[in-house]
Design a protein around this ligand. Structure first.
Ligand code: PYR
Length: 291
């Protein structure tokens, strides 16, 4: 079972990729014991990055670890194929792509064609990133079969039964990407891909240990605390809150999101900081209790 973190992408005040901060963040996550980094995912603002920036992000994180799944999906297949070709020189765990998003009503045969092109050209195992809520397209087990040659799926889905179907009907490695289902994913799937891992890696690694020891009640207690932080992030706007929460809980700066994911206002930063300082006591208590 694996804990995978869709890494936050730090930007500077003037919206450039901040490689030094990305590197520092990756170093900390690996040091804290997470199993892999999912690069350029939703949390990492993949759809807001140019192909060139996706390459830069890979180079930067690869300096730290080869435990990387490189998300390279996009709406221009030529770019996607050039990123695949670029990835040849990196000995990483795999590549991933979301399905072509934005365009409504895409015939599923085109989505199959898109993923087939990736599988054919990929020098690495291919993971399908299924996020129907965002892409409005569901890459079902049947479509996975039609694509052929896929290694794994990251199903970002609050419907856990949906994720379980991949386990039942395919031979894929299956990860769920909902922050609220880490315990279930660690228990019944191959692991979790969770944005909360950016600021709570210790708690996730602890939860993984408890699950592997069969300590379900204790793992559930961890989950309860995890939920409180997620709810807080949601209250202020999940995507932008990550940046403040990493700073507060991990102690270093990961810069800013890139608008239209707007940084929290000064007032919001003060509010979330005040609230997270209260919650932090619970976090430290758990680490102390099971540490
Ligand atoms: C992502 O941020 O990429 C997730 O699926 C959580």
């Amino acid at each position: 079972m694996e804990v995978i973190v869709p890494i936050v992408t730090p930007f500077t005040r003037d919206n450039a990729l901040d490689k030094a901060k990305l590197k520092e963040h990756a170093e900390n996550l690996i040091e804290k014991g997470i199993d892999a980094i999912f690069l350029n995912g939703t949390t990492g603002m993949g759809p807001s990055l140019s192909a060139e920036e996706k390459k830069e992000a890979l180079k930067t994180v690869y300096d730290v670890t080869d435990k990387v799944i490189f998300q390279l999906g996009g709406l221009n297949l030529d770019d996607v194929l050039s990123l695949l070709s670029f990835s040849k020189d990196f000995s990483i765990l795999g590549v991933a792509s979301y399905s072509p998003y934005y365009y409504p009503g895409l015939p599923s045969k085109w989505v199959v064609k898109y993923f087939k092109a990736i599988v054919e050209k990929s020098p690495h195992p291919v993971y399908v990133y299924n996020y129907p809520q965002a892409t409005n397209f569901d890459v079902t087990p049947q479509l996975i079969e039609e694509i052929g040659g896929v290694t794994g799926i990251k199903d970002t889905n609050d419907d856990f039964v949906h994720s379980l179907r991949y386990k039942r009907f395919t031979n894929l490695k299956v990860y769920n990407g909902s922050d609220y289902l880490t315990l279930q994913s660690l228990t019944f799937l191959d692991g979790t891909v969770t944005a909360g891992g950016n600021y709570m890696p210790e708690l996730l690694v602890l939860q993984k240990r408890l699950v592997s020891q069969g300590k379900v009640a204790e793992a559930l207690q961890v989950q309860e605390t995890y939920y409180k932080f997620l709810d807080l992030a949601r209250k202020y706007g999940m995507m932008a809150s990550h940046y403040v929460l990493v700073k507060e809980l991990q102690g270093y700066d990961v810069g800013y999101p890139r608008p239209p994911i707007f940084p929290l206002t000064q007032e919001e930063v003060e509010g979330i900081t005040r609230e997270v300082r209260e919650l932090r006591k619970e976090y430290l208590y758990l680490l102390d209790k099971y540490g």
